[in-house]
Ligand binder design. Structure first.
Ligand SMILES: *Cc1c(COP(=O)(O)O)cnc(C)c1O
Length: 390
C-alpha cells in the first residue's frame, strides 16, 4: 500500500541445489582428462545405477531432459491416436503428445488432490485411445491402483509424468515403479537437478533397451539401427552434477519438510486457504508449497493476492495457469470444453505456488505467511486500492 517491499532482495519459488566447486573439480578433471564427454560414459552409468537404487526401480535410463523422456516413452511404447491426460499440468506433458501426432484427451481433475479424476477416465475411452498419461501433480501420487485396473481392462499403456515426484514413495513403493514407464525431470527448478536432465524408469528389460537405443538415434550396435531414434542423451558433466546432488536429496527433503510444516501451521489459521490433499500412504518429497485461495472466504482472489505478493518482492507463481486445455493450440478440442473440466478450471484460477527451497529460513516463511494474514485482514482496502490503480 505504498510502503517498502518486505523483501528488498526478491524471493523466488525455488533456488537450485548445486555442488561446490571443490566437490565438482575432481569429476571435471577426470572427464576433461579422459576426453569421454558423452555416449555411454562411466558417470552416466554410475548415476543411472544410483538412481535405480534410490528410486527403487528395476530400470532407469538417463536422458537430456524430462520432455525428451516423455517423447521417447510415447514412441517406444507405440502410442498413437488419442491419449487421456490431465489439463492441470506443465505444458510439456501435453506438447509431448502433440509432437507425436497424438490427440490429447483432457480429463477433469479431483478438486482435492488435483490429480486426474479416475472416475472420469472411462467415458473418455474411444476406439482410438491407446494410453493414459497421468501426472503426479506437485508430487502427490495419482490413484495408481485404479489407473492400472482401467488400463488392464481396456489394454491401454500408462506413462506417468512423475516430473514432480522424485523420491516420493506410495504405500512403501518407489513412485517410479508404476505404469509402463515413469518420467522424471532433473531440471534446475526440480527437487533433484542435473542442470537439465531427466530419466525414464520402467519394469521391463526389453522396453529399457529400446529406450536406450531410441535415445541414441536408434543405434543398437555398430551394424544395426533398430528404428527412428533421436538424440536424448545425458552427458558426463550433467551426470557428475547429478551424482553429487543425489547425495543431498534426503537431507534436502528433511529441510523442506520443516519449512512445509511451518507454512501449514501458520496458513491453516487463516480463513479461505486450503491445502492440496495428499494421497493416503504417501511418503512425500515436499517439492512444492501449494495454496488454494477460496476468494469468498479469504476476501481476495488468487490474482489479487499474487499482486500483493509481487509488490512485497515475493515472486509466487500461478502453477498451473493458464490451464493446458485453454491454450490456443488446444482449446478447440472437444475435450477442452470448459464445461467438461470444471474442477481443473477452478483450481487453476485459485492456486499459488509459494517459495520453498532448502536454504530458505523459518523467518522467510513467517514473513510470507504474515503477508497472507495482512491480505486477509485488509482485504477490502486492498481490493479498493487495486481497482483504483488498474
Ligand atoms: C518440469 C516438467 C516437465 C519437463 O521437464 P524438463 O526436464 O524441463 O523437460 C514435464 N512435466 C512436468 C509436470 C514438469 O513439471
Amino acid at each position: 500500500m505504498g510502503g517498502k517491499p518486505l523483501f528488498k532482495n526478491k524471493i523466488y519459488v525455488t533456488r537450485p541445489v548445486v555442488p561446490t566447486i571443490e566437490e565438482l573439480a575432481p569429476y571435471l578433471e577426470d572427464i576433461l582428462g579422459s576426453r569421454w564427454l558423452t555416449n555411454d560414459g562411466r558417470y552416466v552409468r554410475e548415476l543411472e545405477n544410483k538412481l535405480a537404487e534410490f528410486l527403487g526401480v528395476p530400470y532407469c535410463a538417463a536422458v537430456c531432459n524430462g520432455t525428451m523422456g516423455l517423447l521417447l516413452s510415447i514412441r517406444a511404447l507405440g502410442l498413437s491416436g488419442e491419449v487421456i491426460t490431465t489439463p492441470f499440468t506443465f505444458p510439456a506433458t501435453i506438447h509431448a503428445l502433440e509432437w507425436c501426432n497424438i490427440t490429447p484427451v483432457f480429463c477433469d481433475i479431483d478438486p482435492l488432490t488435483y490429480n486426474i479424476d479416475v472416475s472420469k477416465i472411462g467415458p473418455l475411452i474411444s476406439p482410438r485411445t491407446t494410453g493414459i498419461m497421468p501426472v503426479h501433480i506437485f508430487g502427490n501420487p495419482c490413484d495408481v491402483g485404479e489407473i492400472e485396473r482401467i488400463a488392464e481392462y481396456h489394454e491401454l499403456k500408462v506413462i506417468y509424468d512423475a516430473a514432480h515426484a522424485f523420491g516420493v514413495e506410495h504405500q512403501g513403493k518407489g513412485i517410479g515403479g508404476f505404469g509402463d514407464a515413469s518420467i522424471f525431470s532433473f531440471h534446475a527448478t526440480k527437487i533433484f537437478n542435473t542442470v537439465e536432465g531427466g530419466a525414464i524408469c520402467c519394469r521391463d528389460a526389453e522396453l529399457d533397451q529400446r529406450l536406450r537405443d531410441f535415445r541414441n538415434f536408434g543405434i543398437r550396435s555398430e551394424e544395426e539401427v533398430i528404428g527412428p531414434g533421436i538424440n536424448a542423451k545425458m552427458n558426463e558433466i550433467q551426470a557428475a552434477f547429478g551424482i553429487l546432488n543425489l547425495k543431498k536429496v534426503r537431507g534436502g527433503i528433511q529441510k523442506r519438510r520443516g519449512l512445509f510444516e511451518r507454512y501449514h501451521g501458520c496458513l491453516s489459521k487463516i480463513p479461505g486457504l486450503r491445502f492440496q490433499r495428499l494421497s493416503p500412504g504417501v511418503s512425500y518429497n515436499y517439492s512444492y508449497m501449494i495454496i488454494e485461495i477460496i476468494p469468498e472466504d479469504f476476501g481476495l482472489t488468487r490474482d489479487e493476492v499474487y499482486m500483493c505478493m509481487w509488490q512485497e518482492g515475493i515472486k509466487v507463481r500461478k502453477y498451473f495457469w493458464p490451464l493446458c486445455s485453454n491454450y490456443p493450440c488446444y482449446n478447440a478440442l472437444p475435450s477442452a470444453n470448459k464445461d467438461l473440466l470444471p474442477h481443473a478450471n477452478r483450481i487453476s484460477e485459485r492456486v499459488l505456488s509459494l517459495p520453498l527451497y532448502e536454504d530458505m529460513t523459518d523467518g522467510d516463511v513467517d514473513a510470507i505467511t504474515e503477508v497472507f494474514s495482512s491480505c486477509h485482514n485488509y482485504a477490502a482496502e486492498i481490493r479498493r486500492l487495486i481497482s483504483s490503480v488498474l
